[in-house]
Structure formats: structure tokens, C-alpha cells
Design a protein around this ligand. Structure first.
Ligand SMILES: Cc1cc2nc3c(=O)[nH]c(=O)nc-3n(C[C@H](O)[C@H](O)[C@H](O)COP(=O)(O)OP(=O)(O)OC[C@H]3O[C@@H](n4cnc5c(N)ncnc54)[C@H](O)[C@@H]3O)c2cc1C
Ligand code: FES
Ligand code: FES
Length: 482
């Protein structure tokens, strides 16, 4: 196992040895802030909410090209960029003789007056740059989504959106395209010489296996270690609670966990797939999952966060949990003792407790495509639409035979210590007509099923009212469809 990591920065391979200055859970943000050449990146919140720390990570893809992704560098541990290209705002301009030429996204930001105090600007530029590299003439919806993870408090978004629309018209053409061959060579060089990573410092052990088999062995030996998928939950333990994580197994470099298989009836998602990837794949055939992920965090968060990580946290407000119940999904768990598949409906055992054994890892999420007479929907009620945690969420599915219910799931998040189904209402509605009268009779059963808490997001009463009204909303959106 190698003790160092390598990545490309400023057109060169940088190799980093861990010491007192940089530990394995040092974030990319803190690493960059220590470098005189990369002070453009800013810390606003250190918890993924403001986007001031946005950088772009270039990854070698299977076509030997580079894929560019915007990420919040405050949530990325240094070993997670091993074998990748780290691009900061300083890398965007070009030196032509004595003249500095701005990148098209920078130039449009200047021309459209998209910046005032400038604190948020480098992060916004990096989100714009990522969009520039990935979409030509993006729709307004896509521009909004690309900027959702960036807060600007003084300019206002209109000029920023205008600058983005004006800049993203060149099919991604820029000096990164012209230098791509050279960067691909450098990244391939790192890839070819890379083993799994094992970093031992005085206080921490950080492992980054390359295969599932290695991960299972390591997990079996270190059952108290912290597993890392995308670190969007785990990193906050470091940045906010200042915990020293003693043993970490980082799953982010295992390609086998990022594979998706699609057949006529089933979609099997690797647990290491990013939620942004899952969002794209689910658009047509699992539209409710697509909707769930369209209001999940921001593009920067979804690019990092994994499917396995959202399930692994077992959070009562984890957005994918109720919808996976509604799809009657299955979770594949693997370890040195073998494989098993658990129904999502049996996976959550208690507050942040799942059926995963200490030596197991979630390796995939299996979803049957719904039959034509089944309707699945997701609802999220939060203080604001974007980049917010659910106050109440719901994953509902109903199967109708003529107008009679032959299958129903009403799963709620934010209403109890776990994601929980309203079973009494389900039993009542089952085999009954899908009518307003029956829904009205079921609504008090929803209220009775939960004793929600009051917290910063809402009072208990609001939660109860919302939960039962969501059932009526579901009925009103589905009653005329079959
Ligand atoms: C700004 C911000 C916005 C957010 N918005 C939302 C939101 O809208 N909805 C929402 O639900 N969540 C949200 N979250 C929470 C978080 O992003 C999600 O829970 C995310 O899916 C976690 O995935 P991850 O891969 O980053 O997990 P990690 O942080 O890597 O891990 C989370 C937990 O899962 C475990 N784990 C990871 N991978 C595996 C695996 N393969 N097998 C077993 N256990 C594993 C880890 O040990 C850890 O306990 C947000 C977080 C932030 C910072
Ligand atoms: S510093 Fe706010 S998202 Fe990273
Ligand atoms: S320009 Fe001041 S916060 Fe955005």
C-alpha cells in the first residue's frame, strides 16, 4: 500500500506525504488555503451550504477523456482527489505573453457585472466553469441547478445567470481542451502506478482500497472504522465537530461500486454511484427517484454524495429512504462472510440504525421498475425548495386495479425517529376504492400513526397536518390517471 497521494495541480503532478500539516482528513479547502498561489478558494460555512469553496475536479473517464465536476472543497478529504486533476479559479485564466486572458466564464461575469464584494465569486466561477465544460447552451433550469449550491449575498442572481447563459455557448472550447492530451498523460501515469492507499499518522489510519474484496477484508479487520462514500456527512464531523477520526475506510476509489446495470425490469445501482449520476439515470423509468434527487442538496453535494452514503447514515430525514420504501427496493450487503439482500422495508431498525452488520458494506441498491398500473411519487416539504433538509418527506406508491387499491405504501421521513410507514392507513386503503371519501377517512390514521417532534424546522402540529395533507395531494394527483 502506498502512503502518499498524487494529483495534478497547475499542470504538474503533485505528490503529497502526510505529516503534522496535512493529515488524511485535511480538506482540499484547507490544503489550498495554505498555498500562496490558491487563495481564491474561500471558506464560507465549511459545511457544504455556501459554495464559496467550490473547485472543479477533473477525472479520467473510460474514453480517456476528462470529466469536469464542481465540488465543495470543504467536504473533500485530500486522499479523495488521488489520481484526479484539481482545478481552482487561478487555473482558469491564460497567460498570453505578458497579457492575462480571462476564461469566457470570467469575462462574462465581468461584462454582466456579476460581482460586487467578490467573496462568493471564485466559487460561482467554478460552478459556471463546470457547466461550461458539460453543457452547451444550457436550459435556464440547468443554469439554476448549477448555481443552487452557491450563495451570493450582495450582487443578486440575475447578472450571474445572464453571464452563465452568455458564456456557455462554445461547446466547452478553451485552453483545457487544448491541454487535455498532456493532462490525460499525467493522470494515466498516476493511475498506472497506483496501488491502494494506506496512510498511517500518529493519530489516524486512512485506507482507500481499489477493490471490493480489499474493502471487505479491511472492514472485517476494522469494524469500528468510519466508512466514507462521498463524505458529505462524515466531513462535517471533522469540520464542525472537530473530531479526529481514528480509522477510516474510504470507498470512493472502488470502480466496482460505481457500476449500474439496467435490464427490462430492474435497475441495480452501485452504492458508490454519486446521487447526481443516479438522478440522471432515473429520469425516465424511476421518475419519482429522479424528482427526489432534483431537490436534494445542490449539484455540488449530489456530485459527491453517494447512494450508499444516504442509506448508510440511516437518517430519519434521509431523502432516498422513503422513496426506496415506496419502490419496495432491495439493499445488497456484502462482506467476508458473503452476500445478502435485505428489503428496504426491513432495513431501518431504529434511530440511525440499519440492518447492516458491522463487517458488511452496502454494495448496491436494486429497484424493480414499477408496473404500468403502479404510481410512485415523492414529496418534500422544507423551508425552501433548494438546498434544504426535509421537514417532512414522503414516498408513496399505489397500485390500482380498475379503481381498487391492490398495493399501497405510505412511507414518511421527518415524522419519527426512523423513516416509517403509516401501516394502519395502508391496511384501511388496501382493497378499497381509491376515492376522496376513503382518503378522508385515512387521513386521521396518518395523524395517529406519528408523534413528531418540534424542532428548528417546524412545530409538531405543522408536521402532523402536512403529513395527512400529503396523502390528499397524492390522491388528487393520481385519482384521474388510471
Ligand atoms: C449542504 C448539504 C446538503 C444536504 N442535503 C441533503 C438532502 O437534501 N437530503 C438528504 O437526504 N441529505 C442531505 N444531506 C446529507 C448528505 O449529503 C447525504 O446523507 C448523503 O447522501 C451522504 O452520502 P455520502 O456518500 O456523502 O456519505 P458519507 O458522508 O460518506 O457517509 C454517510 C454515512 O454512511 C456510511 N456509509 C457510506 N457509504 C457506505 C456504504 N457503501 N456502506 C455502508 N455504509 C456506508 C458512512 O460510514 C456514514 O456513516 C446534505 C448534506 C449537506 C452537507
Ligand atoms: S465553505 Fe461553504 S460550501 Fe464549502
Ligand atoms: S458578490 Fe458579494 S456575496 Fe456575492
Amino acid at each position: 500500500m502506498q502512503q502518499t497521494i498524487s494529483f495534478v495541480l497547475d499542470g504538474k503532478i503533485q505528490t503529497l506525504t502526510f505529516n503534522e500539516t496535512f493529515g488524511p482528513t485535511t480538506t482540499v479547502l484547507n490544503f489550498l488555503r495554505k498555498s500562496a498561489e490558491h487563495k481564491g478558494v474561500k471558506e464560507g460555512c465549511a459545511e457544504g451550504d455556501c459554495g464559496a469553496c467550490t473547485v472543479v475536479i477533473g477525472e479520467l473517464n473510460t474514453d480517456n477523456k476528462i470529466t469536469y465536476k464542481a465540488m465543495d472543497s470543504c467536504l473533500v478529504f485530500l486522499p479523495m482527489i488521488h489520481g484526479k486533476q484539481l482545478i481552482t479559479v487561478e487555473n482558469l485564466k491564460q497567460q498570453k505573453g505578458v497579457t492575462e486572458v480571462l476564461h469566457p466564464v470570467q469575462q462574462e461575469m465581468v461584462d454582466c457585472n456579476g460581482s460586487q464584494c467578490g467573496y462568493c465569486t471564485p466559487g460561482i466561477i467554478m460552478s459556471m466553469f463546470s457547466l461550461y465544460k458539460n453543457e452547451n447552451n444550457p436550459a435556464k433550469e440547468s443554469i439554476d441547478d448549477a448555481l443552487t449550491g452557491n450563495l451570493c449575498r450582495c450582487t443578486g442572481y440575475k447578472p450571474i445567470i445572464e453571464a452563465t447563459a452568455k458564456a456557455c455557448v462554445n461547446n466547452g472550447e478553451d485552453h483545457f481542451v487544448r491541454n487535455e492530451k498532456q493532462i490525460v498523460e499525467l493522470l494515466s501515469q498516476i493511475k498506472d502506478s497506483t496501488n491502494s492507499i494506506g496512510i498511517n499518522t500518529a493519530t489516524q489510519k486512512y485506507y482507500q482500497p481499489k477493490t471490493k474484496a480489499e474493502a471487505f477484508e479491511m472492514r472485517n479487520k476494522m469494524q469500528d472504522s468510519v466508512l466514507v462514500g462521498g463524505a458529505t456527512d462524515v466531513a462535517l464531523r471533522v469540520t464542525k465537530r472537530h473530531e479526529v477520526l481514528k480509522e477510516i475506510i474510504d470507498l470512493s476509489n472502488i470502480e466496482e461500486l460505481k457500476k449500474c446495470t439496467i435490464t427490462d425490469y430492474v435497475i441495480k445501482f452501485g452504492a458508490g454511484m454519486s446521487l447526481e449520476e443516479v438522478r440522471k439515470i432515473s429520469r425516465n423509468e424511476l421518475s419519482a427517484l429522479h424528482e427526489t434527487l432534483s431537490v436534494f442538496g445542490s449539484r455540488q453535494i449530489r456530485t459527491l454524495a453517494t447512494f450508499g452514503g444516504n442509506l448508510g447514515s440511516g437518517s430519519p430525514i434521509g431523502d432516498t429512504l422513503p422513496i426506496l420504501m415506496a419502490y419496495d427496493a432491495e439493499i445488497k450487503l456484502q462482506g467476508v462472510d458473503g452476500d445478502r439482500v435485505v428489503k428496504m422495508n426491513n432495513f431501518i431498525l431504529g434511530y440511525r440504525q440499519t440492518d447492516r452488520k458491522p463487517n458488511e458494506i452496502i454494495t448496491s441498491i436494486i429497484i424493480n421498475k414499477p408496473s404500468t398500473n403502479t404510481i410512485v411519487k415523492f414529496y418534500k416539504v422544507s423551508k425552501r425548495k433548494d438546498l434544504d433538509i426535509s421537514t417532512v418527506s414522503a414516498g408513496f406508491s399505489v397500485t390500482l386495479d380498475k379503481n381498487k387499491v391492490s398495493g399501497i405504501t405510505l412511507a414518511y421521513g421527518g415524522m419519527a425517529a426512523t423513516t416509517k410507514r403509516a401501516t394502519e392507513a395502508e391496511v384501511f386503503l388496501m382493497a378499497n376504492e381509491w376515492t376522496r371519501e376513503n382518503i378522508e377517512q385515512a387521513m386521521p390514521m396518518i395523524e395517529k400513526a406519528f408523534t413528531p417532534i418540534s424542532d428548528a424546522r417546524s412545530g409538531a402540529e405543522f408536521r402532523s397536518v402536512v403529513a395527512k395533507n400529503l396523502l390528499m395531494k397524492f390522491w388528487s394527483e393520481t385519482s384521474n390517471q388510471k
